[in-house]
Design a protein around this ligand. Structure first.
Ligand SMILES: Nc1ncnc2c1ncn2[C@@H]1O[C@H](COP(=O)(O)OP(=O)(O)OP(=O)(O)O)[C@@H](O)[C@H]1O
Length: 239
């Protein structure tokens, strides 16, 4: 029997070339990210690890269209995103990237369903349809029956799941997680990352996770090590 690969499998999702970012001027200038190069593929879960201050969040911000590099290029799905107009860049952040923040960034006065519906509302979808879709994604992340609750009524793991549902509801090709397990206990953290791997890699998205949490390293396909703004090593994941 011939097994055919998904057409997107192993295609280059993100190509980072010589990317550099400085902060400050003159004598106080420091290089947060220093001539970084790597490629991430569709169907891959790539971890970026390294000590505090090594440049991981700065690098994520440049990949996600939030912070412009001082040098180098970021190509996503074949397009140099830093050549985009401001409008196109805003469109890229809304449609192509799903970003999950360490502290979830949920809106405290909105219910779970309303939080998840936000990307769809921003894409001009009808409110009722957006809420129906949001509830579907809350079911997928295991939060059936929690859709009417405010974030304060949810545990940390549940809030993280709401943030994940919000990141995937509009079908972005690239998912970026900044320390997704930092506020979770070990078992919940592993369950969340396992869930993301199963649900999302099935659809051949590309996932980049920045983490200090070596309890989840076995989920990585590859692990990039950073130190002082540079890539210092690349491991194959162990799973
Ligand atoms: N807006 C900024 N202005 C000045 N310096 C900054 C700014 N953002 C980051 N830095 C500096 O750049 C370096 C890299 O920071 P960054 O947050 O990218 O590291 P990190 O590896 O993500 O750290 P952590 O694991 O603690 O989040 C640090 O020395 C930091 O102080």
């Amino acid at each position: 029997m011939t097994i055919s690969l998904h057409p997107e499998a192993n295609k280059e999702a993100i190509v980072v070339t010589n990317v550099t970012k400085w902060f400050g001027e003159g004598e106080t200038r420091m290089t947060a990210v220093n001539a970084v190069n790597f490629v991430a593929h569709f169907g891959e879960m790539l971890f970026i690890v390294g000590p505090s201050g090594s440049g991981k969040t700065t690098l994520l911000s440049m990949i996600s269209g939030i912070l412009k590099p001082d040098q180098g290029t970021v190509t996503v799905d074949g397009q140099n995103i830093w050549n985009y107009s401001n409008d196109k860049l805003a469109d890229f952040r809304l449609n192509t990237i799903g970003f999950v923040f360490q502290d979830y960034h949920l809106f405290p006065r909105l219910t779970s369903a309303e939080n998840v519906a936000i990307p769809l509302i921003l894409k001009q979808e009808n409110w009722d349809h957006a809420i129906i879709q949001a509830k579907k994604y809350l079911d997928i992340v295991g939060l059936k029956g929690r859709s009417e609750l405010l974030p304060i009524k949810l545990s940390g793991g549940e809030q993280q799941r709401v943030a994940i549902a919000r990141a995937i509801v509009s079908g972005p090709e690239i998912l970026i997680f900044d320390e997704p397990t930092a506020s979770l206990d070990g078992d919940t953290g592993r369950l969340i990352v396992q869930f993301v791997k199963e649900q999302v890699l099935n659809e051949h998205r590309c996932i980049i996770i920045v983490t200090h949490d070596n309890r989840i390293n076995d989920f990585a396909d590859r692990i990039i090590h950073m130190e002082d703004g540079r890539i210092t090593g690349l491991d194959k994941g162990t799973e």
